[in-house]
Design a protein around this ligand. Structure first.
Ligand SMILES: [Zn+2]
Length: 505
Protein backbone atom coordinates (compact mmCIF):
# COMPACT_ATOMS: atom_id res chain seq x y z
CA UNK A 1 0.00 0.00 0.00
CA UNK A 2 1.41 3.37 -0.90
CA UNK A 3 1.71 6.42 1.28
CA UNK A 4 -0.93 8.19 -0.75
CA UNK A 5 -3.34 5.33 -0.41
CA UNK A 6 -2.79 4.96 3.30
CA UNK A 7 -2.99 8.64 4.04
CA UNK A 8 -5.97 9.21 1.82
CA UNK A 9 -7.82 6.24 3.14
CA UNK A 10 -7.57 7.53 6.66
CA UNK A 11 -7.97 11.20 5.98
CA UNK A 12 -10.87 12.51 8.12
CA UNK A 13 -13.94 13.25 6.04
CA UNK A 14 -16.00 14.82 8.80
CA UNK A 15 -15.20 17.20 11.62
CA UNK A 16 -16.03 14.50 14.17
CA UNK A 17 -13.31 12.28 12.72
CA UNK A 18 -10.59 14.83 13.33
CA UNK A 19 -8.28 13.89 16.17
CA UNK A 20 -7.63 16.26 19.06
CA UNK A 21 -8.95 19.49 17.50
CA UNK A 22 -12.39 19.61 19.11
CA UNK A 23 -11.90 23.25 20.10
CA UNK A 24 -11.90 24.11 16.42
CA UNK A 25 -14.32 21.63 14.93
CA UNK A 26 -17.10 22.34 17.43
CA UNK A 27 -16.92 26.09 16.72
CA UNK A 28 -16.98 25.55 12.98
CA UNK A 29 -19.91 23.17 13.20
CA UNK A 30 -21.86 25.67 15.28
CA UNK A 31 -21.20 28.44 12.76
CA UNK A 32 -22.46 26.23 9.96
CA UNK A 33 -25.59 25.19 11.88
CA UNK A 34 -26.60 28.78 12.69
CA UNK A 35 -25.57 30.02 9.24
CA UNK A 36 -22.84 32.33 10.43
CA UNK A 37 -19.87 31.12 8.47
CA UNK A 38 -17.24 33.82 8.10
CA UNK A 39 -15.88 34.91 4.76
CA UNK A 40 -12.21 34.38 5.63
CA UNK A 41 -10.49 31.88 7.90
CA UNK A 42 -6.90 31.42 8.84
CA UNK A 43 -5.96 27.91 9.89
CA UNK A 44 -2.66 28.01 11.67
CA UNK A 45 -0.65 25.05 12.90
CA UNK A 46 2.32 22.78 12.35
CA UNK A 47 2.68 20.35 9.49
CA UNK A 48 0.23 17.50 9.48
CA UNK A 49 -2.06 18.80 12.21
CA UNK A 50 -5.15 18.67 10.02
CA UNK A 51 -5.45 22.19 8.61
CA UNK A 52 -6.02 21.10 5.04
CA UNK A 53 -8.36 18.30 6.07
CA UNK A 54 -10.41 20.79 8.10
CA UNK A 55 -10.43 23.28 5.21
CA UNK A 56 -11.76 20.63 2.84
CA UNK A 57 -14.44 19.52 5.30
CA UNK A 58 -15.48 23.13 5.79
CA UNK A 59 -15.63 23.72 2.03
CA UNK A 60 -17.88 20.67 1.69
CA UNK A 61 -20.03 21.57 4.69
CA UNK A 62 -20.92 25.02 3.33
CA UNK A 63 -21.71 23.61 -0.10
CA UNK A 64 -23.36 20.35 0.96
CA UNK A 65 -26.96 19.85 -0.16
CA UNK A 66 -27.85 17.88 2.98
CA UNK A 67 -25.58 19.04 5.78
CA UNK A 68 -26.25 17.48 9.16
CA UNK A 69 -25.30 19.17 12.44
CA UNK A 70 -22.71 21.21 10.63
CA UNK A 71 -21.13 18.18 8.95
CA UNK A 72 -21.07 17.53 5.21
CA UNK A 73 -23.03 14.45 4.13
CA UNK A 74 -20.23 13.35 1.77
CA UNK A 75 -22.90 11.69 -0.37
CA UNK A 76 -24.73 14.43 -2.25
CA UNK A 77 -23.69 15.52 -5.73
CA UNK A 78 -21.73 18.49 -4.45
CA UNK A 79 -19.92 16.52 -1.75
CA UNK A 80 -19.03 13.79 -4.21
CA UNK A 81 -17.69 16.27 -6.72
CA UNK A 82 -15.62 17.98 -4.04
CA UNK A 83 -14.28 14.66 -2.77
CA UNK A 84 -13.27 13.82 -6.31
CA UNK A 85 -11.73 17.25 -6.71
CA UNK A 86 -13.88 18.03 -9.74
CA UNK A 87 -16.03 20.86 -8.42
CA UNK A 88 -14.74 23.99 -10.11
CA UNK A 89 -16.18 26.23 -7.41
CA UNK A 90 -13.74 24.93 -4.82
CA UNK A 91 -10.21 25.95 -5.65
CA UNK A 92 -7.18 24.64 -3.82
CA UNK A 93 -4.03 26.59 -4.32
CA UNK A 94 -0.56 26.05 -2.97
CA UNK A 95 1.03 29.41 -2.32
CA UNK A 96 4.46 27.81 -2.21
CA UNK A 97 4.36 27.41 -5.98
CA UNK A 98 1.69 29.93 -6.98
CA UNK A 99 2.79 32.99 -5.10
CA UNK A 100 2.84 35.73 -7.69
CA UNK A 101 0.64 38.78 -8.05
CA UNK A 102 -0.78 37.27 -11.24
CA UNK A 103 -1.90 34.15 -9.39
CA UNK A 104 -3.89 36.20 -6.90
CA UNK A 105 -5.12 38.60 -9.55
CA UNK A 106 -6.67 35.66 -11.35
CA UNK A 107 -8.61 34.90 -8.17
CA UNK A 108 -9.67 38.52 -7.82
CA UNK A 109 -11.19 38.49 -11.26
CA UNK A 110 -12.80 35.13 -10.75
CA UNK A 111 -14.54 35.97 -7.48
CA UNK A 112 -16.82 38.43 -9.23
CA UNK A 113 -18.54 35.57 -11.00
CA UNK A 114 -21.19 33.54 -9.26
CA UNK A 115 -20.33 29.94 -8.49
CA UNK A 116 -21.28 27.57 -11.27
CA UNK A 117 -22.83 24.75 -9.26
CA UNK A 118 -22.30 25.22 -5.55
CA UNK A 119 -23.53 27.92 -3.21
CA UNK A 120 -20.09 29.32 -2.53
CA UNK A 121 -16.82 29.66 -4.32
CA UNK A 122 -14.28 28.49 -1.78
CA UNK A 123 -10.58 29.26 -2.10
CA UNK A 124 -8.25 27.16 0.00
CA UNK A 125 -4.80 28.74 -0.05
CA UNK A 126 -2.20 26.50 1.52
CA UNK A 127 1.11 27.82 2.90
CA UNK A 128 -0.29 31.31 2.47
CA UNK A 129 2.79 32.88 4.12
CA UNK A 130 4.69 32.09 0.93
CA UNK A 131 2.81 34.72 -1.10
CA UNK A 132 4.85 37.61 -2.41
CA UNK A 133 4.22 41.08 -1.01
CA UNK A 134 2.43 42.09 -4.19
CA UNK A 135 0.26 39.00 -3.98
CA UNK A 136 -0.64 39.79 -0.37
CA UNK A 137 -1.70 43.29 -1.33
CA UNK A 138 -3.81 41.93 -4.10
CA UNK A 139 -5.39 39.35 -1.79
CA UNK A 140 -6.05 42.02 0.79
CA UNK A 141 -8.26 43.96 -1.60
CA UNK A 142 -10.40 40.89 -2.09
CA UNK A 143 -10.56 40.17 1.63
CA UNK A 144 -11.66 43.73 2.31
CA UNK A 145 -14.79 43.51 0.20
CA UNK A 146 -15.48 39.89 -0.56
CA UNK A 147 -18.61 39.10 -2.58
CA UNK A 148 -21.29 37.23 -0.62
CA UNK A 149 -20.69 34.01 -2.52
CA UNK A 150 -16.98 33.70 -1.73
CA UNK A 151 -15.13 32.09 1.18
CA UNK A 152 -11.42 32.08 1.80
CA UNK A 153 -9.64 29.49 3.90
CA UNK A 154 -5.99 30.33 4.34
CA UNK A 155 -3.64 27.81 5.92
CA UNK A 156 -0.19 28.47 7.27
CA UNK A 157 2.55 27.02 9.41
CA UNK A 158 4.06 30.47 9.97
CA UNK A 159 1.46 33.11 10.84
CA UNK A 160 4.16 35.53 11.98
CA UNK A 161 5.08 35.97 8.32
CA UNK A 162 1.61 37.26 7.43
CA UNK A 163 0.90 40.97 7.21
CA UNK A 164 -1.23 42.24 10.11
CA UNK A 165 -3.75 43.52 7.59
CA UNK A 166 -4.39 39.95 6.44
CA UNK A 167 -4.52 38.56 9.99
CA UNK A 168 -7.06 41.14 11.08
CA UNK A 169 -9.46 40.16 8.33
CA UNK A 170 -9.53 36.47 9.12
CA UNK A 171 -11.06 34.33 11.82
CA UNK A 172 -8.06 32.55 13.17
CA UNK A 173 -7.98 28.97 14.43
CA UNK A 174 -4.85 27.48 15.93
CA UNK A 175 -4.38 23.78 15.32
CA UNK A 176 -2.59 22.07 18.17
CA UNK A 177 0.00 19.38 17.91
CA UNK A 178 -1.76 16.10 18.38
CA UNK A 179 -0.89 14.28 21.61
CA UNK A 180 1.19 11.13 21.47
CA UNK A 181 -1.70 9.15 22.92
CA UNK A 182 -4.04 10.30 20.19
CA UNK A 183 -1.48 9.59 17.51
CA UNK A 184 -0.93 6.08 18.88
CA UNK A 185 -4.68 5.51 18.99
CA UNK A 186 -5.05 6.57 15.38
CA UNK A 187 -2.09 4.49 14.22
CA UNK A 188 -3.50 1.45 16.02
CA UNK A 189 -6.76 1.83 14.10
CA UNK A 190 -4.91 2.16 10.82
CA UNK A 191 -2.73 -0.88 11.54
CA UNK A 192 -5.72 -2.93 12.55
CA UNK A 193 -7.75 -2.05 9.50
CA UNK A 194 -4.88 -2.70 7.13
CA UNK A 195 -3.70 -5.89 8.89
CA UNK A 196 -0.32 -4.54 9.83
CA UNK A 197 1.49 -6.03 12.81
CA UNK A 198 3.44 -3.55 14.85
CA UNK A 199 4.87 -3.66 18.35
CA UNK A 200 3.77 -1.11 20.97
CA UNK A 201 7.25 0.31 21.36
CA UNK A 202 7.33 0.99 17.64
CA UNK A 203 4.04 2.87 17.84
CA UNK A 204 5.35 4.95 20.73
CA UNK A 205 8.51 5.79 18.84
CA UNK A 206 6.57 6.87 15.76
CA UNK A 207 4.42 9.11 17.94
CA UNK A 208 7.48 10.72 19.50
CA UNK A 209 9.16 11.21 16.14
CA UNK A 210 6.12 12.74 14.50
CA UNK A 211 5.98 15.50 17.13
CA UNK A 212 2.27 15.98 17.01
CA UNK A 213 1.89 15.76 13.24
CA UNK A 214 -0.42 12.89 12.43
CA UNK A 215 0.43 13.08 8.75
CA UNK A 216 4.11 12.58 9.55
CA UNK A 217 3.24 9.66 11.81
CA UNK A 218 1.27 7.99 9.03
CA UNK A 219 4.09 8.69 6.63
CA UNK A 220 6.65 6.97 8.88
CA UNK A 221 4.30 4.04 9.29
CA UNK A 222 3.87 3.79 5.56
CA UNK A 223 7.61 3.82 4.96
CA UNK A 224 7.98 0.94 7.41
CA UNK A 225 5.28 -1.00 5.62
CA UNK A 226 7.13 -0.35 2.39
CA UNK A 227 10.03 -2.35 3.79
CA UNK A 228 7.81 -5.42 3.60
CA UNK A 229 8.51 -6.72 7.12
CA UNK A 230 6.12 -9.16 8.72
CA UNK A 231 5.99 -7.20 11.94
CA UNK A 232 7.24 -3.66 12.39
CA UNK A 233 9.63 -3.40 15.32
CA UNK A 234 11.05 -0.40 17.11
CA UNK A 235 14.46 -1.17 15.65
CA UNK A 236 13.07 -1.00 12.10
CA UNK A 237 11.92 2.52 12.73
CA UNK A 238 15.23 3.56 14.24
CA UNK A 239 17.00 2.33 11.13
CA UNK A 240 14.51 3.85 8.76
CA UNK A 241 14.47 7.29 10.32
CA UNK A 242 18.20 7.25 10.90
CA UNK A 243 18.12 7.56 14.65
CA UNK A 244 21.72 7.90 15.65
CA UNK A 245 23.58 4.92 16.93
CA UNK A 246 24.75 4.83 20.49
CA UNK A 247 28.33 5.36 19.35
CA UNK A 248 27.52 8.87 18.21
CA UNK A 249 25.42 9.67 21.23
CA UNK A 250 28.10 8.37 23.54
CA UNK A 251 30.83 10.29 21.73
CA UNK A 252 28.95 13.60 21.87
CA UNK A 253 28.05 13.11 25.52
CA UNK A 254 31.63 12.19 26.38
CA UNK A 255 32.92 15.38 24.74
CA UNK A 256 30.29 17.43 26.53
CA UNK A 257 31.24 15.93 29.89
CA UNK A 258 34.96 16.32 29.22
CA UNK A 259 34.34 19.90 28.04
CA UNK A 260 36.23 19.19 24.87
CA UNK A 261 35.29 21.90 22.36
CA UNK A 262 37.50 20.59 19.58
CA UNK A 263 36.16 17.11 19.99
CA UNK A 264 32.59 18.34 19.98
CA UNK A 265 33.10 20.29 16.75
CA UNK A 266 34.50 17.23 15.05
CA UNK A 267 31.73 14.90 16.09
CA UNK A 268 29.01 17.50 15.47
CA UNK A 269 30.23 17.98 11.91
CA UNK A 270 30.23 14.26 11.40
CA UNK A 271 26.65 14.04 12.62
CA UNK A 272 25.60 16.87 10.32
CA UNK A 273 27.42 15.46 7.31
CA UNK A 274 25.81 12.10 7.87
CA UNK A 275 22.47 13.82 7.42
CA UNK A 276 21.12 12.73 10.81
CA UNK A 277 17.92 14.31 12.00
CA UNK A 278 19.33 16.92 14.33
CA UNK A 279 16.19 17.44 16.41
CA UNK A 280 16.00 13.75 17.18
CA UNK A 281 19.69 13.60 17.81
CA UNK A 282 19.57 16.25 20.53
CA UNK A 283 16.67 14.51 22.24
CA UNK A 284 18.54 11.22 22.15
CA UNK A 285 21.49 12.90 23.88
CA UNK A 286 19.21 14.44 26.48
CA UNK A 287 17.68 11.03 27.13
CA UNK A 288 21.12 9.49 27.38
CA UNK A 289 22.33 12.10 29.88
CA UNK A 290 19.14 11.63 31.84
CA UNK A 291 19.93 7.93 32.04
CA UNK A 292 23.44 8.68 33.27
CA UNK A 293 21.89 10.88 35.94
CA UNK A 294 19.43 8.16 36.81
CA UNK A 295 22.26 5.67 37.10
CA UNK A 296 24.16 8.02 39.40
CA UNK A 297 21.10 8.47 41.55
CA UNK A 298 19.79 4.91 41.69
CA UNK A 299 22.56 2.66 40.39
CA UNK A 300 20.23 1.01 37.90
CA UNK A 301 20.35 0.81 34.11
CA UNK A 302 17.66 -1.27 32.57
CA UNK A 303 17.28 -0.76 28.91
CA UNK A 304 20.88 -0.85 27.76
CA UNK A 305 23.07 -3.57 26.33
CA UNK A 306 26.04 -4.62 28.47
CA UNK A 307 28.58 -2.78 26.36
CA UNK A 308 26.58 0.41 26.62
CA UNK A 309 26.17 0.01 30.38
CA UNK A 310 29.95 0.07 30.68
CA UNK A 311 30.11 3.33 28.71
CA UNK A 312 27.48 4.90 30.90
CA UNK A 313 29.23 3.84 34.09
CA UNK A 314 32.49 5.35 32.82
CA UNK A 315 30.82 8.64 31.99
CA UNK A 316 28.93 8.70 35.27
CA UNK A 317 32.20 8.68 37.19
CA UNK A 318 33.46 11.76 35.41
CA UNK A 319 30.68 14.16 36.30
CA UNK A 320 28.60 15.38 39.22
CA UNK A 321 24.82 15.18 39.31
CA UNK A 322 24.48 18.93 39.30
CA UNK A 323 26.55 19.28 36.16
CA UNK A 324 24.44 16.61 34.48
CA UNK A 325 21.35 18.58 35.36
CA UNK A 326 22.91 21.71 33.91
CA UNK A 327 23.70 19.86 30.72
CA UNK A 328 20.15 18.61 30.43
CA UNK A 329 18.90 22.14 30.96
CA UNK A 330 21.22 23.63 28.32
CA UNK A 331 20.45 20.95 25.77
CA UNK A 332 16.69 21.22 26.30
CA UNK A 333 16.96 24.91 25.58
CA UNK A 334 18.97 24.12 22.48
CA UNK A 335 16.37 21.56 21.41
CA UNK A 336 13.56 24.07 21.68
CA UNK A 337 15.54 26.71 19.78
CA UNK A 338 16.32 24.17 17.09
CA UNK A 339 12.69 23.39 16.60
CA UNK A 340 11.90 26.76 15.10
CA UNK A 341 15.18 27.35 13.37
CA UNK A 342 15.91 27.21 9.69
CA UNK A 343 19.62 27.07 10.47
CA UNK A 344 19.67 23.84 12.37
CA UNK A 345 23.21 22.76 11.53
CA UNK A 346 24.76 25.99 12.77
CA UNK A 347 22.62 26.22 15.84
CA UNK A 348 23.30 22.59 16.69
CA UNK A 349 27.05 23.00 16.43
CA UNK A 350 27.26 26.33 18.23
CA UNK A 351 24.87 25.11 20.93
CA UNK A 352 27.08 22.12 21.67
CA UNK A 353 30.21 24.27 21.69
CA UNK A 354 28.51 26.70 24.01
CA UNK A 355 27.71 23.87 26.40
CA UNK A 356 31.38 22.85 26.54
CA UNK A 357 32.67 26.41 26.90
CA UNK A 358 30.23 27.23 29.65
CA UNK A 359 31.49 24.36 31.75
CA UNK A 360 35.08 25.23 30.99
CA UNK A 361 34.59 28.67 32.41
CA UNK A 362 33.39 27.45 35.77
CA UNK A 363 35.92 24.65 35.98
CA UNK A 364 38.86 26.80 34.99
CA UNK A 365 37.98 29.55 37.38
CA UNK A 366 38.31 26.97 40.11
CA UNK A 367 41.58 25.52 38.89
CA UNK A 368 43.17 28.65 37.43
CA UNK A 369 45.48 29.43 40.35
CA UNK A 370 47.12 26.02 40.11
CA UNK A 371 48.45 26.47 36.62
CA UNK A 372 50.81 29.41 36.65
CA UNK A 373 52.77 28.12 33.67
CA UNK A 374 49.95 28.54 31.25
CA UNK A 375 48.38 31.80 32.28
CA UNK A 376 45.06 31.00 30.71
CA UNK A 377 43.05 34.14 30.91
CA UNK A 378 40.29 31.80 30.11
CA UNK A 379 37.55 34.16 29.23
CA UNK A 380 39.74 36.07 26.73
CA UNK A 381 41.01 32.93 25.12
CA UNK A 382 37.55 31.59 24.85
CA UNK A 383 36.40 34.71 23.11
CA UNK A 384 39.19 34.20 20.58
CA UNK A 385 38.13 30.62 20.15
CA UNK A 386 34.61 31.69 19.59
CA UNK A 387 35.72 34.04 16.85
CA UNK A 388 37.67 31.29 15.15
CA UNK A 389 34.74 29.00 15.23
CA UNK A 390 32.68 31.21 12.97
CA UNK A 391 34.35 30.87 9.56
CA UNK A 392 34.56 27.17 10.15
CA UNK A 393 30.82 27.01 10.48
CA UNK A 394 30.33 29.07 7.35
CA UNK A 395 32.42 26.61 5.40
CA UNK A 396 30.38 23.87 6.79
CA UNK A 397 27.17 25.45 5.60
CA UNK A 398 28.46 25.93 2.10
CA UNK A 399 29.62 22.32 2.11
CA UNK A 400 26.15 21.20 2.91
CA UNK A 401 24.67 23.38 0.19
CA UNK A 402 27.18 22.20 -2.36
CA UNK A 403 26.19 18.66 -1.52
CA UNK A 404 22.90 19.16 -3.38
CA UNK A 405 23.88 16.44 -5.81
CA UNK A 406 24.32 13.87 -3.11
CA UNK A 407 21.11 14.47 -1.21
CA UNK A 408 19.17 14.65 -4.43
CA UNK A 409 20.62 11.29 -5.46
CA UNK A 410 19.63 9.90 -2.08
CA UNK A 411 16.10 11.15 -2.55
CA UNK A 412 15.81 9.70 -6.04
CA UNK A 413 17.09 6.38 -4.73
CA UNK A 414 14.55 6.45 -1.91
CA UNK A 415 11.76 7.12 -4.40
CA UNK A 416 12.92 4.20 -6.47
CA UNK A 417 13.32 1.80 -3.58
CA UNK A 418 10.00 2.71 -1.97
CA UNK A 419 8.06 2.08 -5.15
CA UNK A 420 7.37 5.70 -6.10
CA UNK A 421 8.25 4.74 -9.63
CA UNK A 422 6.14 7.40 -11.32
CA UNK A 423 7.81 10.17 -9.36
CA UNK A 424 11.21 8.62 -9.79
CA UNK A 425 11.08 8.21 -13.54
CA UNK A 426 9.85 11.74 -14.04
CA UNK A 427 12.72 13.13 -12.01
CA UNK A 428 15.57 11.24 -13.66
CA UNK A 429 18.13 13.71 -14.97
CA UNK A 430 16.95 16.61 -12.84
CA UNK A 431 19.06 18.59 -10.44
CA UNK A 432 18.10 20.27 -7.18
CA UNK A 433 19.27 23.44 -5.62
CA UNK A 434 18.44 25.28 -2.40
CA UNK A 435 17.55 28.76 -3.53
CA UNK A 436 16.79 29.95 -0.05
CA UNK A 437 15.94 28.58 3.36
CA UNK A 438 12.50 27.46 2.39
CA UNK A 439 12.66 26.48 -1.22
CA UNK A 440 14.49 23.84 -3.17
CA UNK A 441 14.31 24.38 -6.90
CA UNK A 442 14.20 21.34 -9.12
CA UNK A 443 15.60 21.98 -12.55
CA UNK A 444 14.58 20.10 -15.66
CA UNK A 445 16.98 21.73 -18.07
CA UNK A 446 14.11 22.38 -20.43
CA UNK A 447 13.06 18.75 -20.70
CA UNK A 448 9.67 18.16 -19.19
CA UNK A 449 6.60 16.67 -20.82
CA UNK A 450 3.11 17.94 -20.04
CA UNK A 451 2.36 14.54 -18.57
CA UNK A 452 5.37 14.63 -16.27
CA UNK A 453 4.31 18.09 -15.22
CA UNK A 454 0.84 16.89 -14.26
CA UNK A 455 2.27 14.04 -12.23
CA UNK A 456 4.78 16.23 -10.45
CA UNK A 457 2.28 18.96 -9.70
CA UNK A 458 -0.05 16.59 -7.84
CA UNK A 459 -0.25 17.64 -4.23
CA UNK A 460 0.43 14.11 -2.93
CA UNK A 461 3.54 13.83 -5.02
CA UNK A 462 4.75 17.22 -3.93
CA UNK A 463 4.09 16.18 -0.34
CA UNK A 464 6.22 13.08 -0.76
CA UNK A 465 9.05 15.04 -2.31
CA UNK A 466 8.92 17.89 0.18
CA UNK A 467 8.90 15.43 3.02
CA UNK A 468 11.96 13.62 1.72
CA UNK A 469 13.83 16.84 1.03
CA UNK A 470 12.94 18.20 4.47
CA UNK A 471 14.24 15.01 6.03
CA UNK A 472 17.45 15.11 4.02
CA UNK A 473 18.11 18.76 4.81
CA UNK A 474 16.86 18.76 8.38
CA UNK A 475 14.51 21.67 7.86
CA UNK A 476 11.08 22.26 6.43
CA UNK A 477 11.45 22.87 2.71
CA UNK A 478 9.12 23.45 -0.18
CA UNK A 479 9.79 22.73 -3.81
CA UNK A 480 9.55 24.73 -6.93
CA UNK A 481 9.86 23.29 -10.42
CA UNK A 482 11.90 25.08 -13.00
CA UNK A 483 11.65 23.76 -16.54
CA UNK A 484 13.74 26.36 -18.23
CA UNK A 485 17.12 26.77 -16.69
CA UNK A 486 19.80 24.54 -15.40
CA UNK A 487 21.40 26.20 -12.44
CA UNK A 488 21.56 29.86 -13.20
CA UNK A 489 19.27 31.01 -10.44
CA UNK A 490 21.03 33.42 -8.19
CA UNK A 491 21.47 32.00 -4.77
CA UNK A 492 19.77 33.97 -2.09
CA UNK A 493 22.37 33.21 0.50
CA UNK A 494 21.26 34.09 3.95
CA UNK A 495 23.42 31.60 5.72
CA UNK A 496 24.69 34.48 7.82
CA UNK A 497 21.25 35.08 9.22
CA UNK A 498 22.34 33.77 12.58
CA UNK A 499 23.30 36.40 15.04
CA UNK A 500 27.05 36.44 15.53
CA UNK A 501 26.66 36.58 19.28
CA UNK A 502 24.91 33.26 19.31
CA UNK A 503 27.75 31.63 21.23
CA UNK A 504 28.26 34.49 23.60
CA UNK A 505 26.49 34.69 26.88
ZN1 LIG B 1 -23.32 16.69 0.90
Amino acid sequence: MTYTALYRKFRPLKFEEMVGEEHITSTLKKQIVVGRVGHAYLFNGGRGTGKTSAAKILARAVNCLNPKDGEPCNECENCKAMLAGTLADVVEMDAASNNSVEDIRAIREEVNFLPTVAKYRVYIIDEVHMLSTGAFNSLLKTLEEPPEHVKFILATTEPQKLPATILSRCQRFDFKRISNDNIIKRLRIICKETNIKIEDKALELIAILSEGALRDAISILERCIGEGKEEILEQDIRELVGIPTFEYINEVTKNLIEKNSEGIIKIAEEVINQGKDIDNFIWEIIKYIKDILLFKATGTLEIYADKEKEHIKELAEKIEKNDLLNLIYDLSELASNLKNSSQKAILFETGLIKATLKKQETTQTVFAPQSNETPKKTSRIEIEQKKEVKPKLENNVSNIKANGGKYWDNILNTLKSTGKVMLYTNLIGTTAKEINDMIVEINFNGKISPFAKTVLEQRENKDVLEKLISQELGKVMHIKYNENIGSTVKKNDNSMDIPINIIDE
